[in-house]
Design a protein around this ligand. Structure first.
Ligand code: ADP
Length: 320
């Protein structure tokens, strides 16, 4: 691994996914245990590409927590920000694959260990050593992990890290849509890089239009780069000086889980040692092409973590 350290903050959990679509987990003939959680996926996306990452979050001191910590270590993610809660269990998600291909989630989080992370427990030296601090907002929902989230962001920022935010909207986790919007917007103007999906753009703007005007309505003065991912249509990018879009790659998609995490992981990996790429449109477009390829490859295999590509996998697709 090489390059500056990227710290990814938030939750890691296990998805129980039925082996067939169109039925609930209880009715399925079998299920798979898929490790996930967007911040953990991003941390592993980075190490798989040869970059350096650490995961900061709390797991239950149970077999699931040990399994997840083992997966992070096996993938070369630094583990000195991982905490174990002796009283609470690791977060779990029970997934239904709807017949139309969409996923529905039911969560065990009542409360799960990740939600009990406190500001006092954070490994501040690790957070201060980050060149990029990446986070998603599920940990914003309740205390004490909300305070831990806000403190980690502040410490990283004060130490000079670039803040990168992916809202990772999972509506069933919030008490209401209104609260989700409010919490996401409450930290909106802190991040310098923000990645939203087309669905999140619609949700946050309250409009079903996905165009430059709606994306720019989310712009804030501290922002350096806003990305809107559009699945098989690629991505759009916005900076202070220019904007445009980069087409996706055509691949045989079997499961889109983790594509967005692979995309942002690839982007951060390519800009961690040189933030000036944000001001150079040609170089930024090259990196977004790489990130699109990384996202595309992740859709060609089931699950997120097993599907994340290496740098040479991505370069093969980019070079055709
Ligand atoms: P999210 O997972 O956050 O909803 P997307 O599904 O938009 O994000 O995926 C992120 C990126 O991965 C896209 O911008 C695109 O480059 C790539 N990608 C996703 N789905 C596909 C697909 N079906 N075919 C090709 N590329 C894809």
């Amino acid at each position: 691994p090489s390059g500056g350290l990227i710290v990814s903050f938030g939750e890691m959990l296990i998805d129980f996914v039925p082996t067939v679509s169109g039925v609930s987990l209880a009715e399925a003939p079998g299920f798979l245990k898929a490790p996930g959680g967007a911040p953990a996926n991003v941390a592993i996306a980075i190490t798989r590409l040869g970059g350096r990452s650490a995961f900061v979050g709390k797991l239950g001191d149970d077999e699931f927590g040990q399994m997840l910590a083992g997966i992070l270590r096996k993938n070369g993610v630094a583990d000195d920000g991982i905490l174990f809660d002796t009283g609470a269990r690791t977060a779990l998600a029970f997934v239904t694959l709807r017949a139309d291909g969409e996923r529905e989630f039911m969560f065990y989080r009542n409360p799960s260990a990740d939600m009990l992370l406190t500001p006092d427990e954070l490994n501040l030296d690790l957070i201060r050593s980050a060149k990029i601090f990446h986070y998603g907002s599920i940990s914003l929902i309740v205390e004490p992990c909300r305070s831990a989230h806000l403190k980690a962001m502040e410490v990283a920022k004060d130490a000079g890290a670039l803040l990168s935010y992916d809202p990772n909207l999972r509506l069933p986790l919030w008490p209401s849509a209104e609260e989700a919007r409010e919490q996401i917007m409450s930290i909106w103007d802190k991040a310098e890089v923000i990645k939203v999906s087309d669905n999140e753009l619609e949700f946050l703007t309250g409009s079903d239009k996905i165009d430059d005007e709606s994306a720019m309505s989310l712009w804030h003065p501290n922002l350096k780069l806003l990305l809107v991912t559009l699945g098989e249509k690629g991505c759009r990018y916005y900076t202070k000086s220019f904007h445009g879009s980069v087409d996706a790659f055509h691949v045989k998609t079997v499961d889109t889980t983790g594509a967005g995490d692979a995309f942002i992981g690839a982007l951060l990996c390519k800009m961690v040692d040189d933030r000036s790429v944000i001001e150079d449109e040609a170089r930024l477009r090259e990196i977004l092409k790489f990130a699109n390829a990384c996202g595309a490859i992740t859709t060609t295999k089931k699950g997120a973590i097993p599907a994340l590509p290496t740098e040479s996998d991505v370069l093969s697709l980019v070079k055709g």
